[in-house]
Design a binder for this molecule. Structure first.
Ligand code: HEC
Length: 172
């Protein structure tokens, strides 16, 4: 039986706090190709940058989109990150990218009908992602974004692999 929280409380607590964290998978060190693949998914297929910004710092690319969190300062571990990408954050404008989210048990046993009853909405994702693609996103985010400090000139050059125009405005 999933525990029922009143919607405002759930929203205040943050869905992320309910993420189960007992099971830990040991991830292998990602290859450069995996990181590059994750970056492409972040920027193109999933369009995470429209809400979170290209640097993942929450400076979104599209003013019409909701304000995404600053992922650079996120304290989620890999398991929690993958859960949030798959299941989104109901009621907080973070889409669910797993095609089967809220249609079976995978998102804390909740269904779309449960979310509706709780008054929690979810925006549609730009595209749904395979488990493998979400792993690549995690590889990229942990290598270039999460816990990597603010985006400065050096981090920018490392991120783009080149001293591109956007980097020249950043502090050294
Ligand atoms: C439609 C806008 C939107 C898109 C697209 C989007 N997000 Fe989000 N995301 C949000 C919002 C809004 C939040 C929650 C902000 C809050 O309430 O703290 C969030 C929160 C998160 C969090 C939780 C951060 C934390 O530390 O709690 C992660 C991780 C995340 N997003 C990753 C992604 C990834 C990866 C993608 C692309 C696959 C993505 N998001 C696409 C809007 C978006």
């Amino acid at each position: 039986m999933p525990i029922r929280f009143p919607a405002p409380l759930l929203a205040a607590l943050g869905f992320a706090l309910l993420v189960p964290s007992e099971t830990r998978v040991q991830a292998q060190a990602p290859t450069d190709a995996n990181i590059a693949a994750g970056m492409r998914i972040y920027r193109q297929k999933a369009d995470c940058q429209s809400c979170h910004g290209w640097a993942g710092d929450g400076r979104k690319m599209d003013n019409q989109m909701p304000d995404g969190a600053n992922l650079r300062t996120s304290s989620l571990d890999r398991e929690q990150l993958i859960f949030v990408i798959k299941c989104g954050l109901p009621g907080r404008d973070m889409p669910a990218f797993d095609r089967l989210a809220y249609s079976d048990e995978r998102c804390l046993g909740r269904t779309r009908a449960d979310l509706r009853r709780m008054g929690l909405t979810l925006p549609d994702p730009a595209a749904t992602l395979q488990a493998r693609e979400i792993e690549r996103l995690a590889d990229f985010l942990f290598a270039k974004v999460i816990g990597q400090g603010p985006m400065d000139r050096a981090a920018c050059i490392d991120y783009w692999g080149d001293d591109v125009a956007v980097c020249s405005d950043l502090p050294r």
